[in-house]
Design a protein. Structure first.
Length: 70
């Protein structure tokens, strides 16, 4: 089971296809090395873009994946 959170893309690494995110509601904390779905084109992953994040373990925010953009 997972929950879907909104976030903002702070950085994207095309080499590892991972992102650094700020989860909505968290003004100062960021989460790094979050995997991004390969179904999302790298050209769409620009800093400041809003993303949908599947969080699999709310106690461990790195246990997540970017599953969409909006």
């Amino acid at each position: 089971m997972f929950i879907v959170e909104r976030g903002t893309l702070l950085a994207f690494s095309v080499g590892s296809y991972t992102a650094t995110l700020q989860i909505a509601g968290s003004l100062s904390a960021s989460v790094a090395s979050v995997p991004v779905s390969r179904g999302i084109a790298s050209s769409e992953l620009v800093v400041g873009r809003r993303v949908a994040v599947a969080v699999f373990d709310v106690g461990n925010p790195v246990d997540a994946m970017v599953i969409g953009i909006h």
